[in-house]
Write a protein that binds this ligand. Structure first.
Ligand code: HGY
Ligand code: MN
Ligand code: MN
Length: 432
């Protein structure tokens, strides 16, 4: 293998330039998988479309000549060896699954940018001290089963026994049954954990999915911490009844109780939504209604609740108040309300050395950046539990994401990918 060019320039990678056209070509190509109305993309985890997007990535990795490893749940690792193939690897990537009617960039952009970075390193025969792996994690989105960062949680060893107990999709398919089909059971969850000594660091490029970078006109965000969710289902059992003959005072209407709870979640969370109060956000994003017909009083509803914050204390306070409200509504409306926990996670600080390193990569190119937290969850929050993890953001137009209107400008995408490459080279060649 050729000795590295001038170590200084190789160290910060500033002269190793990605192929922008190829990057955008691949992003366009993969974005057609799962395309729907109004340019939306739907690739729910373990769906045919999502599997096809993973096939696309594997094909690209083969073309580049990466050493491909696919673990039991389907996480994909494409390795570019270095002068020391046994050295701990620098991982870079994100996810390819999407929400329903989502955008083209959430997750996907980070995987394709990592692919382009590694392809560039291979093409230019850049000799690095550590191997580099492009990684695609399965099931980052909670959209199908309510459980997020599935693949990266398994790699980080962050999934235990009954964690999937309440993880079912809209059709009643249980996540545990799908995993059993892949040979993954409660008894062998730890077998998917990656030995942390084989990883030197993890880098993820992602769209901001918020309005800050666009508002302050900065092309790059350097992420310091990731907000974490507490998610649960509230199952409200009332009494299904005839909508014509049942007097109002005799009803146990599960949907009216749900409506009260939905408004209460917003009201409680707003008490903690200011930055100085913890920037808590709360959403009831899905509801199931039974029997769900016009002439029957709803007897049962199921709400999916998602509460997040950068500060655990504020989030936990808000969740406690929501739970107290749930019990108060149940008592007053003589309905039964069961809380089915899905996940309770603590906010995750990212590695200060990587925050500093990514900042320096921006400064080396005179790029203005913003140091900021992430309100959205990411695979980096799991990888941070086993290795130094760093993230960089590019702007989202009007801050929109999880929508067909999700958009990031090609020049921002290319700049983000270039900085990801610069950071990969530095993490690979420096003592972290
Ligand atoms: O839901 C989220 O925070 C992310 O988009 N997966
Ligand atoms: Mn998302
Ligand atoms: Mn994402």
């Amino acid at each position: 293998m050729k000795s590295p060019q001038n170590p200084k320039t190789v160290l910060n990678g500033s002269h190793i330039t990605i192929n922008k056209r190829r990057l955008l070509r691949d992003l366009n190509a993969i974005s057609r998988i799962g395309i729907g109305n109004h340019g939306s993309v739907t690739r729910l985890v373990f769906s045919i479309k999502e599997l096809r997007s993973r096939q696309f990535l594997i094909h690209q990795m083969r073309q580049i000549g990466l050493q491909i490893h696919i673990d039991r749940i389907g996480n994909i690792f494409g390795k570019l060896n270095s002068a020391n193939p046994k050295a701990p690897a620098v991982l870079a990537g994100s996810h390819l699954d999407t929400v329903v009617d989502g955008g083209k960039f959430d997750g996907t952009m980070g995987v394709i940018a990592a692919l382009e970075a590694v392809r560039t390193l291979k093409e230019k025969k850049v000799s690095l001290q550590s191997p580099v792996e492009v990684v695609c994690f399965v099931g980052e989105e909670s959209s199908r089963f309510g459980f997020s960062t599935l693949g990266s949680s398994l790699v980080a060893g962050e999934v235990h026994g009954g964690d999937f107990a309440n993880a079912t999709d809209a059709h009643g398919t249980k996540l545990e049954d799908i995993l059993a089909g892949l040979g993954i059971y409660r008894s062998n969850l730890r077998s998917l954990r990656r030995d942390p000594t084989t990883v030197k660091g993890y880098l993820e490029l992602h769209i901001e999915q918020g309005p800050i970078l666009e508002a302050i006109k900065k092309p790059i965000g350097v992420v310091t911490a990731i907000a974490a969710p507490t998610r649960f289902k509230a199952v409200i059992i009332g009494q299904a009844d005839h909508s014509g003959t049942t007097p109002m005072e005799m009803r146990k209407d599960a949907l009216v109780a749900a409506a009260e709870l939905i408004v209460a979640v917003e009201k409680i969370v707003r008490q903690y939504s200011r930055m100085d109060k913890g920037r808590v956000v709360g959403t009831v994003g899905a509801i199931k209604i039974e029997p769900g017909v016009i002439n029957a009083v709803p007897g049962k509803t199921e709400l999916s609740v998602d509460v997040r914050s950068i500060t655990a204390a504020a989030k936990n306070r808000a969740v406690r108040l929501i739970e107290a409200k749930i019990h108060e509504i149940a008592r007053r409306r003589k309905t039964q309300i069961d809380i089915l926990p899905i996940r309770k996670e603590a906010p995750v600080p990212l590695d200060k050395r990587l925050v500093h390193l990514i900042k320096e990569c921006c400064e080396a190119r005179n790029i203005s950046y913003e140091i900021m937290p992430s309100g959205a969850g990411h695979d980096a929050m799991q990888m941070a539990k086993i290795t130094p993890a760093g993230m960089l953001f590019i702007p989202s137009r009007r801050g929109i994401s999880h929508s067909p209107a999700e958009w990031s400008d090609p020049e921002d995408i290319c700049l983000g990918a270039q900085l990801l490459l610069d950071a990969i080279v530095r993490v690979a060649n420096e003592k972290i």
